[in-house]
Ligand binder design. Structure first.
Ligand code: ARG
Ligand code: ZN
Length: 882
């Protein structure tokens, strides 16, 4: 690197701002380039010394003029540098007017004001506003915003910003609108949209009887594809009223669907911007999973209106304060919408697949990070998903009613303020009377705690005993951690599979949840639980409902696990017992393969899982689909100290092949029985049936590829919905042959105009297991719909390859790594947020067998030496090589 390396910021260095901005009056004049005039009402912070310089943030802009209280400043009065503008001293109150020029049309990083298709839009979180105008770009500076947008009338008929429109006019082919948002907000919640968009409108009447206009803005022609998003929004509004007593606080709620977007969506006050994949849907083009994601993301952004917007963040180290609480609220909402326990299982699968690896990587960081180089790198599974589990544990500890009440108190107490995670936890503590002192370690200690459980049954004394040890692994910059407060929910089953009423002798605090289920508060390195009066050895069901985000080494032998699969009353633990069985089998197979032996599996395993398949007609088909799904390759790899990808892939395949063989002809009967009876519906029952059918097809591909090809053909042909259509393609994806080629070709013909649907087609092909995968990826990137500038396309081809194509990525000649590094560098020139995400598949190079380790590391070094990296990519690469 020639330029000075980007420097980290530290949480401990927080100081309040020297100046506040109370109001901003902005004019954004859109033309060839865009001129932004900003009039800032500035006030010195009375708690800070006077005479401090004003240091405004501002990047990638050209300053035209600057006036202080109506007088133009000359170059001697201020200093402009690459990251902002300094004025050496200021009066206690003043008005500062700047005029700058920015270039949204050439903004490929997609932060600040940028072009997406034919519209202009903004993304300001985390630090995008400084690309629009000079400002104090930090969340504890809150201002009321007035925004005037001027633009060409025919290219940009729709001009939107936060709040309410208060004036508008037109002259010739130009027009302008002024928006006023009276709620003081941090600038990361600012939004602006200009373009030719269609509007879909509906109304929601709040519990207190106020009408709120709901407006979706989408490309012309997509009006009919907003129905599900609109319904989801209404459901979310009603849910927040019912569960948290929170009513929407403005008269208008706007959602704009944007095609080029780095993230999922953004909760700008009154004007959400969404990646269009989380808005647009109809039966023929959207899958069940799309429908569910849309509901989740719409809910998430809506819930931010209180948890994030009304009460916001003091600084970016507190990001999890708004994100984890909002994810938790989103997940509760989503579970209430129908899929319940199965939804929880999906979340845990995702946490294990993505967050556990992050927590064991060079990028491991606490839920509340201590430092960052590039804030955008910290929108992570740890901050979001682990954070949501941390909230969930407090929900478990407090109980539902006390938790909801405490959140309400928090929102009232801090309304309109920028606060910290500590403020939140302290409020929960005061409101509930629970001691959360030790619990706070969840916010400061990184790494996934591991619980190791041993059991002992004393037949003479009739005592069953569990010893539970906890250990938190070292992570970068953190060693020798303290024991955590871990809520462990458990129950016992007797030998007939019946729940046992619990009587526990222990030094630990125990909260009974029912006669047969208890919450044990683990606080020590070692905890002993004694269960007296047990005439026979019970089987323990641990970590029910996934009561804590930990790794758990169960004491059970295989027969206990088979027993739990059959009898556990808790759906999560029942599923997890099955996963543990499968995982152990996969790990044994992996070991065998590395030793040059053929993998072998117990007959009992085949029997248990075939018996599950026999219940395919039962009512919980969604749960059954989860039970039958194998632990993924990534999760299998996660268990190993040294990863040999060939052995992992081989073990996974062998296990799948073995189970498919055990299920045999029953698979066909099950497939037939699961055929749809009527038209497409998206209720929980129908979704469960389709998921199960898809799982059955996955085994059929291993058991009888020819039969499967026939089913796929028919299913594709008859499908009246995208779930069945894409299900057919997915099932046949790894089976080379005419059927596969014809189905993929037909699909392309039918859908080539619909980019969101084509993303599914791209994604399947990038994850296909084939020897010429890298050539295929290059071909896909030549497809007319592909563009390196569109994050959805890039994620569909390159992103999907990096996370879901283990054999392709880890090709022993290193070509997969080279491919990733080449494109990471190319994309980094355009979009640092995107390149930093793509490269994360290389960051754990130390865990691989020596040959891969060398190859991965060499690519990381090549990236590092290329120089001129974005701060995003620089941070990830330098931390992984450190
Ligand atoms: N706050 C947004 C959410 O609802 C995420 C925005 C993240 N943006 C970014 N550039 N890192 O989750
Ligand atoms: Zn969020």
């Amino acid at each position: 690197m020639t330029a000075a390396a980007p420097q980290p910021k530290y949480r401990k260095d927080y100081t309040a701002p020297d100046y506040f901005i109370r109001h901003i009056d902005m004019t954004v004049d859109i033309g060839e380039t865009t001129e932004v005039e900003a009039l800032l009402d500035i006030e010195r912070n009375p708690d800070r010394p006077s005479g401090q310089p004003l240091q405004l943030d501002g990047e990638n802009m050209k300053l035209l003029s600057i006036e202080l209280d109506g007088k133009f400043l000359t170059e001697a009065d201020f200093e402009v540098h690459a990251k902002g503008l300094n004025i050496p001293s200021l009066p206690d109150r003043c008005q500062l007017r700047t005029r700058v020029v920015i270039d949204p049309h050439n903004n490929t990083a997609l932060e600040g004001l940028y072009r997406s298709g034919d519209i202009l839009c903004t993304q300001c979180e985390a630090e995008g506003f400084r690309h629009i105008t000079y400002y104090l770009d930090r969340p504890d500076v809150m201002a009321s915003f007035r925004t005037t947008i001027k633009a060409d009338r025919s290219t940009y008929p729709v001009l939107l910003s936060n709040g309410n429109p208060i004036a508008e006019d037109a002259e010739g082919d130009r027009h302008w609108i002024t928006w006023d948002d009276p709620h003081p907000k941090p600038c990361y919640l600012f939004a602006l949209v200009a373009g030719d968009l269609a509007r879909v409108e509906d109304t929601y009447t709040t519990a207190s009887g106020r009408d709120v206009a709901l407006r979706f803005y989408v490309d012309h022609g997509n009006e009919s594809r907003c129905t599900h998003a609109m319904q989801s929004l209404k459901a979310a509004m009603a849910w927040d009223e019912r569960v948290y007593g929170l009513e929407y606080d403005l008269d208008v709620y706007m959602v704009v669907a944007v095609s080029a977007f780095n993230m999922g969506a953004m909760e700008n006050k009154g004007l959400n911007l969404f990646n269009d994949r989380f808005v647009l849907a109809d039966d023929t083009s959207a899958t069940d999973e799309d429908y569910i994601h849309i509901e989740d993301v719409i809910g998430h952004e809506y819930f931010h209106n209180y948890t994030g917007n009304r009460v916001t963040l003091r600084d970016w180290f507190q990001l999890s304060l708004k994100e984890s609480l909002t994810v938790f609220r989103e997940q509760s909402f989503s579970a209430d919408q129908g899929l319940g326990a199965v939804k929880r299982i999906g979340e845990v699968r995702q946490l294990r697949r993505v967050q556990f690896p992050e927590d064991a990587s060079p990028m491991a960081h606490p839920v509340r990070p201590e430092s960052y180089i590039e804030m955008n790198n910290f929108y992570t599974p740890t901050v979001y998903e682990k954070g949501a589990q941390v909230i969930g544990m407090m929900h478990t500890i407090l109980g539902d009613a006390a938790f909801v009440h405490a959140v309400q108190e928090y929102l009232e107490k801090f309304d309109g303020q920028a606060v910290t995670i500590e403020d939140f936890v302290a409020t929960l503590e005061q409101s509930s009377g629970q001691d959360l002192q030790q619990f706070r370690l969840w916010y400061s200690q990184a790494g996934t705690p591991r619980l190791t459980v041993t059991e002992h049954y004393d037949a003479d004394a009739q005592v069953y005993e569990l010893v539970i040890k906890q250990h938190v692994p070292d992570t970068p910059g953190q060693k020798n951690k303290q024991p955590m407060h871990i809520p462990l929910v458990l129950g016992l089953l007797d030998d007939s599979g019946q729940p046992v009423s619990l009587d526990i002798e222990t030094a630990a605090e125990v909260t009974p949840q029912s006669p047969t289920q208890a919450l044990v508060h683990l606080r020590e390195t070692e905890t002993t639980l004694r269960f007296p009066n047990r005439p026979s050895r019970p089987v323990v069901s641990l970590l029910r409902g996934f009561s804590a985000p930990v790794k758990l080494d169960l004491p059970h032998d295989k027969s206990d696990l088979h027993f739990l699969v059959r009898h556990d009353v808790d759906p999560f633990s029942r599923w997890d017992a099955g996963q543990t069985l499968l995982l152990r089998a996969a790990l044994e197979a992996e070991q065998a393969l590395r030793a040059g032996n053929a993998p072998a599996f117990d007959e009992a395993l085949g029997e248990t899982f075939s018996a599950l398949l026999e219940t395919a007609g039962s009512d919980d088909q969604a749960l059954l689909a989860e039970m039958l799904a194998l632990p993924g390759e990534t999760y299998i790899a996660e268990q190993l100290d040294v990863v040999d990808p060939d052995a992992v892939v081989g073990a996974y395949q062998a296990l799948r092949q073995y189970l498919a063989g055990a299920m045999g002809e029953h698979l066909k009967a099950a497939y037939e029985a699961l055929r749809p009876g009527g038209a497409y519906r998206i209720d929980a029952g129908s979704i469960g049936r389709r998921r199960l059918q898809r799982q059955v097809m996955d085994y059929l591909a291993a058991y009888d590829p020819d039969a499967l090809a026939g089913y796929c053909w028919q299913q594709y042909d008859k499908a009246d919905n995208m779930t069945d259509t894409i299900g057919a393609l997915a099932a046949i994806n790894d089976l080379p042959g005419d059927t596969r080629e014809q189905l993929f070709a037909d699909f392309e013909q039918r859908w080539r105009e619909n980019h969101l649907v084509m993303d599914k087609w791209l994604r399947l092909q990038s994850t296909a297991r084939r020897d010429d995968i890298l050539e295929r990826l290059e071909q896909l990137m030549q497809h007319p719909i592909f563009s390196l500038r569109n994050p959805n396309r890039v994620r569909a081809v390159i992103g999907a390859f990096t996370v879901d194509n283990m054999p392709g990525l880890h090709r022993i000649d290193g070509s997969g790594y080279r491919f990733v590094a080449d494109y990471t560098l190319k994309i980094d020139q355009l979009n640092g947020q995107l390149s930093a995400r793509l490269v994360s598949c290389l960051t754990r190079w130390r865990r691989y067998e020596p040959q891969r380790r060398q190859l991965m590391r060499a690519e990381l070094e090549r990236i590092q030496q290329a120089g001129n990296l974005s701060s995003n990519l620089y941070e990830i690469v330098s931390k992984s090589l450190a």
